[in-house]
Ligand binder design. Sequence first.
Ligand SMILES: NC(=O)c1ccc[n+]([C@@H]2O[C@H](COP(=O)([O-])OP(=O)(O)OC[C@H]3O[C@@H](n4cnc5c(N)ncnc54)[C@H](O)[C@@H]3O)[C@@H](O)[C@H]2O)c1
Ligand SMILES: [Zn+2]
Ligand SMILES: [Zn+2]
Length: 403
Amino acid sequence: MTGNKAVAYKEPGKVELIDIDYPTFELKDGPGVNPANVGRAVNHGVILKTVATNICGSDQHMVRGRTTAPADLVLGHEITGEVVEVGRDVEFIKVGDLCSVPFNIACGRCRNCKERKTGICLNVNPDRPGSAYGYVDMGGWVGGQANYVLVPYADWNLLKFPDKDRAMEKILDLAMLSDIFPTGFHGAVSAGVGVGSTVYVAGAGPVGLAAATSAHLLGAAVVIVGDLNEDRLARARSFGCETVDLTKGGPAEQIEQILGVPEVDCGVDAVGFEARGHGHDAKEAPATVLNSLMDITAAGGALGIPGLYVTGDPGGIDEAAKTGSLSLSLGTGWAKSLSFTTGQCPVMKYNRQLMMAILNDKVNIAKNVNAKAITLEEAPKGYAEFDAGAATKYVLNPNGYLS
Ligand SMILES: NC(=O)c1ccc[n+]([C@@H]2O[C@H](COP(=O)([O-])OP(=O)(O)OC[C@H]3O[C@@H](n4cnc5c(N)ncnc54)[C@H](O)[C@@H]3O)[C@@H](O)[C@H]2O)c1
Ligand SMILES: [Zn+2]
Ligand SMILES: [Zn+2]
């Protein structure tokens, strides 16, 4: 039997490398597995040898103890891999195929999947619509920050790269297709970005930088990125964004200095519920980004909200925040007829097109987010540095494919 090492959540602030079973075509019991999913047959799945598996801000919510994730939950929803075994019912994906895995697990059979809303598939997570690998309350599908991982409904979920050699030349870019590039793109599209738009992206983490990259790709006239982290803002400037330093206060005044007016056409929240307030030494204030986006987005505009909001947060700043209730000035949004798009990004809606843009040199997403390959053993260090605000997207390299 082949060994399988994986990155597991241990306790707040701590991840560790552990040994787990090599996958079989069955979802077995384990930390965080929904009892209704135990023993589920996955003959429609494949086993992937991971090529790249990235650390995400979404993982950090769990690792910071801001969710109900149990100890030993195997992390990892951003997976790129090579197929090493195919289940009995897989028809088209073959051993040897190099594939990107959308972080949403979707069945391809339910009403939502048929409408391309693969972020809220009805059949993969007994807890609620929507699922992902290695994530709390997502049904218990084992994470892919490991040597090997099981991918269900493989014919439907996997995006096969057309040419392996050509793909390996751009593998760090293609590794961003499992989540942050489609997610940032979805944020921009749902904020209404098009040719000539002015855009404000809150957050210069990997998702914010991916949203800013996407806004450029979609033809935006001006892309402004705001954060409290100067290193991350410098990354945004490196590919032509204007930036707003939120340690100096809210974004409106600085946006006015850039655009001549204190508002933008399109607003993207790439921060989520762990948002900090604006100004020097600002503390956590979870509604900050949503409220400020409502302030600065022009009437009739739209807010793309890939930033994650939760229904339960043990570390919430007050009783309301602990159950995901935030103090929103929704009246502002209503008065301005703003529209909102929240939720998991339906990756499959965008990943093939973005793959084509990468393969044909239309975009440099890995460079823009400063993607960096590290070994599986270095994962705890990568998590710690990312948590401290490094302007880096860490890509784990469990099987030595990324030289
Ligand atoms: N919807 C989806 O499908 C999806 C997919 C991936 C990630 N996410 C979520 O997107 C968010 C961003 O992910 P990431 O990996 O870039 O995380 P990250 O934690 O690396 O980045 C968040 C950034 O926001 C900054 N920030 C904090 N308060 C702010 C404020 N008031 N205004 C502007 N910036 C502020 C932080 O300094 C940090 O740089 C997370 O909430 C993550 O869970 C959602
Ligand atoms: Zn992610
Ligand atoms: Zn479905």
